[in-house]
Design a protein around this ligand. Structure first.
Ligand SMILES: Nc1ncnc2c1ncn2[C@@H]1O[C@H](COP(=O)(O)OP(=O)(O)OP(=O)(O)O)[C@@H](O)[C@H]1O
Ligand SMILES: [Mg+2]
Length: 281
């Protein structure tokens, strides 16, 4: 561009957008041994922005857990690609942390020992390891319980330990597979509150699997609705609720009812064939 009347044009520096934290590019998957060639995932494309909380909902068996296993490099796609922070995932992905549905705590280690474990594996020195683990235990209200073994903790406490055991090593992406499925409604609500507080504190990217639309709306920026097998993306829905959110009164937020109705419209079609084959919900 040339200068007009001696005034130089402004120089715009291109702001480089960071790559998606997770990017599924037309991912198809058939498990080895499925000789009939049945597709579990039929061509999945969506991406998770850095710092975003995204939930995936879909009927049982549609491939939600499989998506997380693909993102962590435990399973390779049959075709298509998975990318994480600008790098193609073609081996075990060490940038992600995985919180599984069961707490999977080591029963022979105390709460503190469990939280310290991933730091020990990474060679963090003893003193720093202890300080970091105690800090995270305190963040979720477990100071005083650090010397308790998993069997001496309630289900909700075990879940807290399981989540901070992953967050403590600060993975850039946290994958959570229905982590609150087995808990009562009040404990879940408290854990939603704590998870959002931890996220405010750390701002890691979260990819969260759930069956529960309220949980998805409460926690997420975006919700992906999947179809029953072969898994496909049916809808990508932006949750219109501001942050920070009060999880205890999320139902009263303007926009909550509309968000629920929109999601249910897509979701019910997928679950009705499972619940009422040939019928209508
Ligand atoms: N290792 C495997 N070998 C063969 N088939 C598998 C394997 N893992 C999963 N599957 C099949 O892939 C499909 C998707 O499984 P996945 O566990 O991802 O479903 P999901 O959506 O997480 O279900 P749920 O909501 O019940 O947890 C299922 O039909 C399952 O039987
Ligand atoms: Mg699953």
């Amino acid at each position: 561009m040339t200068a007009i009347l001696g005034v130089s044009p402004p120089v715009y520096h291109e702001v480089k957008k960071p790559p998606p934290a997770i990017d599924f590019r037309d991912v198809k998957l058939t498990f080895a041994g499925q000789t009939d060639g049945t597709l579990v995932l039929g061509g999945i494309s969506f991406s998770v922005r850095p710092g975003e909380i995204m939930s995936v909902v879909g009927p049982s068996g549609c491939g939600k857990t499989t998506l997380l296993r693909l993102a962590s490099g435990l399973v390779p796609p049959s075709s298509g690609q998975v990318w994480c922070n600008g790098r193609r995932v073609d081996a075990l992905n060490t940038e992600v942390g995985f919180v599984t549905q069961d707490s999977n705590l080591f029963p022979w280690l105390t709460a503190l020992g469990n939280v310290e474990f991933p730091l020990a594996v990474r060679g963090v020195p003893d003193k720093e390891r202890r300080e970091r683990a105690m800090h995270w235990l305190e963040l979720v209200g477990l100071s005083g319980f650090e010397n308790h073994y998993p069997a001496q903790l309630s289900g909700g406490m075990q879940k807290r330990v399981s989540i901070i055991r992953t967050l403590v090593y600060e993975p850039s992406v946290v994958l959570l597979d229905e982590p609150f499925g087995a808990l009562d409604a009040q404990t879940r609500m408290h854990l939603h509150h704590e998870l959002l507080s931890l996220w405010q504190h750390q701002k890691s990217t979260m990819l969260f699997i759930t069956h529960d639309l309220v949980e998805a709306i409460t926690l997420s920026d975006t919700v992906v609705v999947m179809t029953r097998g072969p898994g496909l993306v049916k809808e990508i829905y932006d949750v219109p609720l501001a942050r920070p959110r009060n999880v205890f009164e999320i139902y009263l937020e303007p926009g909550f009812d509309k968000a629920y109705a929109s999601l249910w419209k897509h979701f019910k079609h997928e679950v009705q064939e499972v619940l009422l084959p040939g019928g209508a919900l």
